[in-house]
Design a binder for this molecule. Structure first.
Ligand SMILES: CC(C)(COP(=O)(O)OP(=O)(O)OC[C@H]1O[C@@H](n2cnc3c(N)ncnc32)[C@H](O)[C@@H]1OP(=O)(O)O)[C@@H](O)C(=O)NCCC(=O)NCCS
Length: 391
């Protein structure tokens, strides 16, 4: 095993290692490799503390450090400190002692360079073995938490004893750590440099993702899951097709930025799922329901309206029917709706057919939907599905 400084020719390999190490751990997919990619050109990055670990002739570990600040006296004074991360060990080499070896080596080098105080976010069960403890014990608070709160994942260590001099202050992670959330479209483009991997929501992830994991539904060919910012590029690719949106009452998307905005607004509400192909992880459509308050139709409180679209290359394969069957089951079994409504333009029979195959019947009514962005002047056919009596 060897530890050495990272070199420019290692960059891509190390970013891929970081991606492998963090994939699906804290969120679906991960962003740490992009943070690292962007951070190397940040003035706070410390190239002298940017190490790789090699074993069996390949890079299996990486750690890097950067400068950080702690605000003292209501932000009036900035106290110099440091942080580190991401730290990565390849999944094949985890839980074999490599991480601690790399960390202790790097901490020794940091101390030699005069790094006096480190703050970071991580699991204390691991980092206590390298001398870290709760930052609250040093009176260092976490930026978006009340001061009196002990934040279990916020840790600190005085590498040079007495460096902190018993101050009290507030730490905010360096700005570069949020780069993927701030630039999801650039991040998605960057992701294309790496082998395709399937993102998944899991109950062990950070609270917002763990919460959303409960909404994930699976069928033979599909995963229905909440939308994510990083879907914007793929959404734009298919929702910009002029043959798709207008059939469902909305205009084609004009840019990836517009698609991102739609993900963050319309698609972040209740009852909207991205349709993902299990085989490739590609997002190829959107299915869901609108509760009475958001429906295009005048419907009762415990009724809902269904909606859907599938990317054109995937039409006619039963994909929409497969996905909507899941949504219908969810509406009846989980949400307790008693009636589901659907509507479609008469010149879009494929949509009517999807509903028919799921059991909707034609009410014979025609209606105008004033809330539609496209086609509010054209009548739609109204379809209805009642809760099956076996329920
Ligand atoms: C409507 C839409 C979601 C269907 O998706 P899909 O995955 O192709 O649907 P499925 O394959 O599950 O089912 C489509 C059914 O329509 C049938 N169909 C397709 N074109 C048809 C046509 N012109 N006339 C009659 N039936 C047609 C298919 O044969 C299939 O029925 P079958 O299985 O009995 O053969 C898709 O065409 C779409 O996204 N359209 C644009 C947006 C839209 O119209 N959304 C609905 C708004 S109300």
């Amino acid at each position: 095993m060897k530890i050495r400084l990272e070199q420019p020719h290692d960059w891509h390999e190390v970013e891929n290692l970081t991606r492998e190490a963090f994939w699906n751990i804290y969120r679906p997919g991960c962003t740490e490799h992009y943070v690292l990619n962007q951070y190397r050109s940040n003035p706070d990055f410390i190239p002298e503390l940017d190490f790789v670990m090699e074993e069996d002739g390949k890079i299996i570990g990486h750690i890097c450090f950067s400068k950080a600040e702690i605000a003292l006296n209501q932000n009036k004074i900035k106290f110099k400190s440091w942080t580190f991360g991401p730290i990565s060990i390849h999944p094949d080499y985890k839980r074999k002692g490599y991480g601690l070896k790399l960390l202790n080596y790097a901490l020794g080098k940091a101390r030699e360079m005069g790094v006096g105080l480190l703050c970071m976010e991580g699991n204390i069960d691991f980092y206590k073995h390298a001398g870290f403890d709760l930052a609250s014990k040093l009176n260092i608070h976490y930026h978006d938490m009340p001061h009196e709160e002990v934040v279990p994942f916020f840790l600190a260590q005085e590498l040079l004893p007495g460096f902190w001099k018993g101050h009290e202050g507030t730490y905010c992670p360096p700005k570069g750590y949020f780069v993927a959330d701030e630039n999801p479209i650039a991040f998605e483009a960057y992701e294309k440099r790496f082998p395709r991997k399937i993102k998944s929501f899991n109950e062990w992830q950070l609270p917002p993702f763990a919460e959303k994991a409960k909404l994930v539904m699976q069928s033979k060919r599909l995963t229905l899951r909440p939308w994510m910012d990083s879907d914007a590029g793929m959404l734009y690719k298919y929702a910009s097709d002029p043959e798709v949106g207008p059939r469902a009452g909305w205009p084609p998307h004009k840019s990836a930025e517009e698609s991102l905005e739609i993900i963050r607004t319309l698609f972040s509400g209740e009852g909207m799922w991205a349709v993902e192909l299990n085989e490739t992880g590609e997002v190829i459509g959107c299915v869901g329901y609108l509760p009475a308050t958001a429906s295009n139709l005048e419907i009762e409180e415990n009724h809902a309206e269904v909606g859907y679209w599938i990317a054109r290359p995937y039409w006619g394969m039963g994909i929409c029917t497969e996905a909507m069957q899941k949504v219908v089951d969810y509406c009846f079994n989980k949400k307790g709706f008693t009636v589901l409504w659907g509507d479609y333009f008469p010149d879009n029979p494929a949509s009517g057919r999807v509903m028919e195959k799921i059991g909707f019947h034609d009410t014979g009514e025609l209606n105008y939907c004033s809330r539609l962005q496209v086609g509010s002047d054209r009548p739609v056919k109204i379809m209805k599905l009642e809760l099956p009596t076996t329920h």
